[in-house]
Design a protein around this ligand. Structure first.
Ligand code: ZN
Ligand code: ZN
Ligand code: FE
Length: 761
């Protein structure tokens, strides 16, 4: 076969691929595909994604393209492929080129991935050189975002840079047929980092496999361990050892907030919680989130007052080795912090902060580049509700938005996460935390810096979007950034986040934003808001909860009875609420005096505080020990009650009047009605009221979509009832799918409103 005739039958294509295509085995996949098909050319990571030059027989090229699209590596996500014909150059062989730099990145760095099946097989194969090695990984799995220092994603720019490859690892790394070809974090027991066991003073107790074996033994005897994972430290102990669990609560100053669990296998999980197919799939997904599921058992001290347990499966190879070494099969696996500080991820910080909590430290030598908490997802009848979006899920593009200009949206002060819009892709950061903690402010600033660097956003050119609250830390930090600034009202951002996820840039909807606190247009505390509008036209407030007052401001969020004092002041004569069955504490009387004197009272339309009020009337009279606790307690109470008719919660003018509702709750409670039934009738009332007002506006304007977002909509019972009631009226309910309905979703909504408003001028 002569060269010219072969050349004549040859075609060539220049292909560029964007999406999650770096650090997920994409180049080796392309290499194997091309060589199998006998095609020539090269593949390279660029800052735009992956570029491929390929030439050969046209039919083979066709096959190549269709396989590229149809069977990419499991962790990859292709957003866009451009294919341009070019002139064949008579290339010989196929090569993987070194990374190129100097172009604008549209590549997303991949989230961290749970260890894959192939690596697990090696991990437990006594003949394998990585037998029981807790840092096994490959191009399909392993750490990514938690080890990346800068892009493009190559070993010298990760926290693995200080471990040069041994000859065996180097061979795998450079062998295009190996499944570790260009796997940046690869290592083995010869050349890589190890796990070590220390006492709290930092004395070395054991190293390597001995460290893990000894750690497992300590857990079996009821000890509490600090264990370094992928995105930070966990505190762990035997979840079936009530004494250990209690000790952990006391040392961690964590009174009632549920602990997450890590279980050895799906089988073990099925003994603890109700598992269906969807829950199993979520538990085993590469993100390995904590999944909140209905509990089948009570583990004393693990999740007091909750009908759910938060379960996750092992995801780091270390976790598998730890279970195999005999660790108890149900472990408490809670954030390595004290109370609600941010989770520790640096070794020195972990020893300093967790020294008084952990009996020993199981420390991995590989540094963590940034804090990435476990993700949390709640299963509900309307689908999974993301409560916290972090490890395994972030950072990632969750939406496309109509903006050529880069946007940096900084979110709200609680449950902060930021969103970047680059080349029309909205990339949401990991959950960063509450900005009233200094380390969270630092993480917030680092996230802006890191992500802007990784995606080459020049802040000077960017639109910087923040909450309308002038007192927010996020607002004042945003105002120090260069670029043009824009404020977006909190509850409009909640509604916008849902529309952004669905790419519904011009859909006109009724938007319900129910949450605890957000700064309103009039400077009061909003939280029970009904809007009509669209991303491009903006949202007009058309109805809201009847205003009440919050005595004592923010403190009222921690004392349901204090919120109750404000709401109940709108009613006529009240029974003695200090007496049974209400038995309110003195705090209530003090708050009432504030209301009576009009001192320190803040007007509010907060639906979250209405939930607190009803929780107080149903028996939750103590202070809460974590955010949203009273509402969660009330939901669980309601789930135990039978279906009942709703309390009256009428729409009067543009206001939902809570007074008849609260009067009925008080009367029922005095009459001795079961709190489970009262809670249920209250949920039904909120669902009916929300649906009634939404349906009224839908009918008036010929709309058919209702959007619900805000912290209150983490409530699965409420959502399920609303979905049913709306469906019966031929209307559709849209809720968040990718970002949390709580303030963790605010930055996406901010970005969406800014992008769509500027795109329509
Ligand atoms: Zn793997
Ligand atoms: Zn090695
Ligand atoms: Fe909110």
């Amino acid at each position: 076969m002569s060269a010219p005739s072969e050349r004549a039958r040859s075609a060539a294509r220049c292909i560029s691929v964007t999406g999650i295509v770096q650090g997920v085995g994409f180049r080796p996949f392309v290499y194997r595909l091309a060589t199998t098909l006998g095609l020539a050319g090269w593949v390279a990571n660029s800052e735009r994604g992956v570029e491929i030059m390929i030439e050969g027989p046209p039919t083979a090229l066709e096959t190549f393209l269709s396989e590229l699209v149809r069977h990419p590596p499991p962790a990859a996500r292709i957003d866009r492929i451009t294919v341009e014909p070019t002139t064949p150059r008579g290339l010989v062989g196929f090569v993987i080129r070194e990374s190129r730099t100097g172009q604008r990145p549209t590549t997303r760095v991949s989230p961290d991935l749970a260890v894959c099946e192939a690596c697990l097989r090696e991990l437990f194969d006594p003949r394998d050189r990585r037998y029981l090695y807790p840092y096994v990984n490959c191009t399909d799995c392993g750490p990514r975002y938690s080890i990346v220092l800068s892009l493009p994603y190559d070993r010298p720019r990760t926290t693995m840079k200080d471990w040069p490859l041994c000859p065996d690892c180097a061979r795998e790394y450079h062998d295009p047929t190996d499944r570790r070809f260009h796997a940046q974090p690869i290592a083995c027991p010869i050349c890589g980092p190890q796990y070590v066991l220390h006492d709290p003073e930092g004395t070395l107790l054991a190293r390597g496999q001995a460290a893990i074996r000894e750690a497992a033994a300590l857990l079996r005897t009821g000890r509490i361990l600090a264990v370094k994972g992928i995105g930070g430290y966990h505190l762990t102990c035997d979840a079936r050892d009530a004494t250990a669990v209690q000790a952990l609560r006391e040392r961690k100053f964590r009174k009632e907030k549920p602990f997450a669990l890590m279980v050895a296998s799906v089988d073990v999980a099925s003994t603890l919680v109700e598992l269906d197919e969807q829950a199993c799939a979520l538990l085993s997904s590469p993100a390995r989130p904590i999944v909140l599921l209905p509990a089948l058992v009570v583990l004393p001290g693990v999740a007091p007052d909750s009908r759910e347990l938060g379960i996750m499966l092992p995801y780091a190879p270390l976790h598998f080795v730890l279970f195999a070494a005999g660790a108890p099969e149900v472990l408490v696996m809670t954030s390595g912090n004290r109370s609600d500080e941010p989770i520790a991820y640096c070794d020195t910080d972990a020893f300093a902060r967790l020294g008084g909590i952990a009996d020993a430290f199981l420390v991995g030598e590989r540094p963590i580049a940034r804090r990435v908490d476990d993700s949390v997802i709640r299963m509900s009848r309307v689908g999974p509700i993301v409560i916290r979006r972090a490890r395994g899920l972030a950072p990632a593009a969750v939406a496309t938005l109509p903006s050529e200009r880069p946007i940096v949206a900084v979110g709200a002060d609680l449950k902060n996460a930021i969103t970047l819009v680059v080349d029309g892709q909205a990339i949401v950061s990991q959950h960063l935390g509450d900005l009233d903690h200094w380390p969270v402010v630092e993480a917030f600033e680092a996230a802006i810096r890191d992500l802007c660097t990784m995606y080459e956003i020049q802040l000077e050119r960017a639109l910087v979007v923040h909450d309308a609250h002038p007192g927010y830390v996020s607002t004042s930090r945003a105002l120090t950034l260069p670029g043009e600034h824009r404020a977006v009202q909190h509850h409009r951002a909640h509604v916008a986040s849902v529309l952004a996820e669905r790419g519904a840039w011009s859909e006109t909807v009724v938007g319900l934003a129910f949450d605890g606190t957000g700064y309103g247009d009039d400077g009061t505390i909003w939280g029970g808001e009904v809007f009509v509008g669209s991303l491009s036209q903006g949202f007009q407030r058309v109805a809201h909860l009847r205003p009440s007052v919050l005595p004592g401001g923010d403190a009222a969020a921690r004392w349901p009875v204090q919120a109750a004092a404000g709401f109940l002041a709108a009613l006529g004569e009240l029974p003695d609420l200090l007496a049974p069955p209400f038995s309110f504490p003195d705090r209530f009387s003090q708050a009432r005096q504030l209301v009576a004197r009009g001192v320190q009272c803040f007007p509010t339309t907060s639906m979250g505080r209405l939930f607190d009020t009803v929780a107080a009337l149903c028996g939750f009279t103590r202070p809460t020990s974590f955010e949203g606790q009273a509402a969660m307690w009330l939901e669980h109470l309601a789930q135990e009650g039978p279906p009942v008719p709703p309390y009256p919660f009428p729409l009067v003018g543009s206001q939902l009047d809570f007074r008849p509702l609260l009067e009925a709750v008080i009367a029922d409670r005095k009459r001795g009605r079961q709190p489970t039934e009262i809670a249920r009738a209250f949920h039904e009332a909120v669902a009916v009221a929300a649906v009634t007002v939404a349906a009224e506006w839908c009918a008036a304007l010929g709309l058919r979509t209702v959007v619900a977002s805000g912290g209150v909509f983490q409530n699965a019972l409420l959502l399920a009832r609303m979905a049913e009631l709306l469906q019966a009226r031929g209307l559709e309910l849209w809720t968040n799918r990718a970002v949390p309905p709580n303030d963790g979703g605010i930055s996406l909504g901010q970005a969406a409103l800014a992008a769509c408003a500027s795109s329509t001028g």
